[in-house]
Design a protein around this ligand. Structure first.
Ligand code: BGC
Length: 392
């Protein structure tokens, strides 16, 4: 495949990437938190998971100020739950069991408020992802006052994750609260590693090492990784072990075998589903995961695979530039899809996290020099979208 062929596969002109950057900014509340989606009532909340990846994508886009506002918003939200977070940490260190109903939340209201509404809140991945995203921001833009201002939050989250980070909790899809999940562990590993590099905290480094050892030695079935302590099948979030968290290299045989199984079993019309038995809104393909697969391909130097994924995500944008949470569920399982519509209404048609992951893939495809087949260097072809004016 020549460079020209590859370029035809994706919108190197950056129009869709610019649209995605704009969409992410439009989901930022005045407080700095990112609403997961505004067109879907259950998602008018700010998840640490979604927001941390959005802030990462915006940092790549040159939107330093918007990303920094998010990190400061996290610190404010955490200050509101500091007593319960410290209590959860201390009680775990004292050997008590975690009480799912009283653990720090996965999502906050835009003003950092916590609602007691029965949501399966005990999910630790977002806390790890936040540390990782903050460390990336500091590495990219310098620490300035940000790190000093956020030091108490970083310290508190590290202590929390060192204590509870390997315990059963709900996974990144907010399910399976009784298991330990490989992708959650990868987020905690990524966060603690990044925080220890940033602050020199030894306990974080040691815990990160324990976690990596646990994933590599205990979360496998034969040649590949498994989704969790309860599920031996694969889940697309296992790609996170390689990119961005680097528990193992993208080329490690166990990672290649895992990715092959993911591609072999979870593809739907070129996109990637979350896991085999997914029935949420018909269990369609998630553009954010398709973009992740592209990012993974790129990490392995498989440029054609990365472009294929980018092109597939680009085909999911609607005429107004919206990018949905998932596509294809309605046709795949009409009954299942309708049951969810009856329960919660139409699914999220414009998800900020989908835009974030498309942007990441676009950015990686276009900003870096990547060896193309034939030894050529495929250089940045489209130019980054111009950073917008600061939003405050
Ligand atoms: C997903 C979560 C996500 C949330 C908000 C849920 O359906 O399972 O991973 O954080 O939506 O986007």
């Amino acid at each position: 495949m020549t460079r020209k062929d590859l370029a035809r596969l994706t919108r190197l002109d950056g129009q869709l990437a610019a649209r995605s950057a704009q969409a992410m900014l439009s989901h930022q509340a005045p407080s700095g938190g990112f609403l997961a989606a505004v067109d879907f009532a259950p998602y008018r909340y700010c998840w640490l998971r979604d927001g941390s990846f959005i802030a990462f994508a915006l940092a790549l886009a040159g939107e330093q100020r918007a990303a920094e506002r998010f990190h400061r918003w996290v610190a404010t939200a955490l200050s509101g739950i500091a007593p319960s977070m410290r209590a959860a940490t201390e009680s775990r260190l004292a050997g008590e069991a975690n009480l799912a109903g009283s653990m720090p939340p996965a999502r906050f209201g835009p003003d950092g408020d916590v609602r007691d509404d029965g949501w399966p809140n005990f999910q630790v991945d977002g806390y790890g992802t936040w540390l990782w995203s903050l460390a990336d921001h500091v590495g990219r833009y310098g620490a300035g006052r940000l790190l000093d201002d956020l030091a108490p939050s970083v310290e508190m989250v590290c202590a929390y994750l060192e204590a509870v980070g390997m315990d059963p909790c709900f996974d990144c899809w907010e399910e399976n609260g009784g298991a330990v999940h490989a992708s959650t562990l990868a987020c905690v590993y990524g966060g603690l590693s990044a925080a220890s590099a940033l602050t020199g905290r030894e306990a974080a480094r040691r815990r990160a090492d324990d976690i990596a050892g646990h994933i590599v030695n205990r979360m496998r079935l034969g040649a590949r990784f498994v989704k969790s302590s309860d599920h031996a099948d694969v889940d697309s979030s296992l790609l996170w072990l390689a990119v961005p968290f680097g528990v193992v290299g993208a080329d490690a045989p166990v990672m290649s075998a895992t990715a092959s199984e993911i591609e072999g079993t979870l593809c739907l019309d070129g996109g990637l589903r979350r896991y085999g038995s997914d029935s949420y809104y018909g269990g369609g393909a998630w553009p954010l995961l398709t973009a992740w697969l592209g990012w993974y391909h790129l990490a392995r130097g498989d440029l054609a695979g990365a472009y294929r994924c980018a092109s597939c995500v680009e085909g999911c944008f609607d005429d107004q530039g919206h990018l949905a949470e998932q596509v294809g569920g309605e046709a795949r399982d009409p009954g299942g899809y309708q049951a969810w519509v009856a329960r919660w209404g139409k699914p999220a048609a414009d998800l900020a996290w989908s835009h974030a992951m498309y942007f990441v893939l676009w950015d990686q495809l276009n900003k870096r020099e990547v060896p193309a087949p034939g030894g050529e260097l495929l250089r940045r072809a489209g130019g980054s979208p111009e950073p917008s004016q600061p939003t405050t």
